[in-house]
Design a binder for this molecule. Sequence first.
Ligand code: ARG
Ligand code: ZN
Ligand code: CA
Length: 489
Amino acid sequence: MKKLLLLLWGSMLLHTALSAQHIRKCGMQRKHEAMIAKNPDYARFLANQKASLQAAGDYYKQYKLHATTERSTALSAVPVIFHIIVDSAQFYNMGGASGIIRRCDSQIAVLNADFNKQNADSALIPSGWKPLYGNVGIHFGLAHRDPSGNCSPGYEVRILPGTSLTTVGYDIDSQPTPAEKMAATGLAAWDVDKYYNVWCINFTGASNGLLGITTTKSDVVAGWSNSWEMGVDILYNTLGSTGFTGSAPGTGGWEAPFNLGRTLTHETGHFFEIWHTWGDDDGLCPWNSGGADDGLNDTPPESDAQYGAPVYTLSGGTLNDGCKMNGSTNTQPVGIACLSYMDYTDDNAMQLFTPDQANVMASMVLVPVGGSGTTAGEGTIGEHYNLTQNPGLLVVCTPSGVEASPTETRSGLRIFPNPTSGVINVAVNSQAEKLIDIVVLDLLGRQVTVAKGESKDQYSLDLGGMSKGIYIVKCNFASGSITRKILLQ
Ligand code: ARG
Ligand code: ZN
Ligand code: CA
């Protein structure tokens, strides 16, 4: 017996060593475990919070059916502000000033695709999971006004000398030191009721290998976290899906397999209160003592996280794990939800939120409606409702004076015809200044179309089919951006 145990122990060690790169845990899970160790009440709080989700999502689903009569306020995109705190080497890693612009623009595009069933890689979803491809319906845009009403590009950068936050001891497992969220040592949150705050930092110390961590509003409301901490931290070089000039999506000068912008998709899932698909119970099944799940019905019971790009073994499905059979019931007929953004798989191995995951998130921006209040979510305001009520913050804003800046003279920028009935031509002087790309945005800051810079002097963009109105043409040059308004009529 002893021998057998030793053998088992030995093979476990071997396994751990072999999969050393696989022991990465999400900051959320690590923070939860550290906080529960300090205070078991937190476990009860989390269990209750999780238990409320399915009903909130169901209520949203029901509500959506009669949304046209009851939804009185149009939802607008959530304004996102990226607080980037890095040292100069990391700043270079991100592609410098122009790389950061591309990272922020591409990150917003990834969020909008993933949260609106627009991700191109949805083609990879196996047939059995197609009906489980959910639409959240939340949009995101760069915040173009800061809390004082000044113009903003949607990001702010603070370059700290040396090794970024190491010296102030950011370590989630022992003493979470939110140095990155303090004005003195980092960049403070913008009004958490109006902006989705995303810090892009370098995790150090015991937090090495971490990709992201979220502070939820439910934690804040219950007093477990401070409101000024609310939002998400991601590893700086996971921001966006394109970085250096000329790089293809996912190759912008930083490491695969976390280079498609899905770290923020995952953390944004947490921000809108959804959990990891296996329930963070370290390998148990929900029906085991001490076992847990994610509180949602359409994600099958699952034992533990998946890493890398799992090999699918089920035809039309994914794969089974140790929680397949509950008694004589096959609980995983199409496999586990390892293709959900809420697993630990690689960026190119995740393609969906399930409808239940999507409905829970959508319920967080639910417009208040009447009702008896007997159904969960009924009559209550979604916790992040306010984030969708400030379209003015998204309107691209050009500080006065920019139009006549020397950059513009050098770039020779000319946009014509304006107004246009469809095609716009953008003329530049490619000899004078390198054009990175031309991005066309609507007034809510949503990307409408984009043209990659080449070594030519004229670009033609077709806006035919878009709804009439004002659009912003943002030309990103190596030395900065120029934006112009155009009218489509
Ligand atoms: N917070 C999670 C972690 O640190 C993020 C996982 C994101 N996954 C991804 N493929 N980008 O592991
Ligand atoms: Zn996570
Ligand atoms: Ca589930």
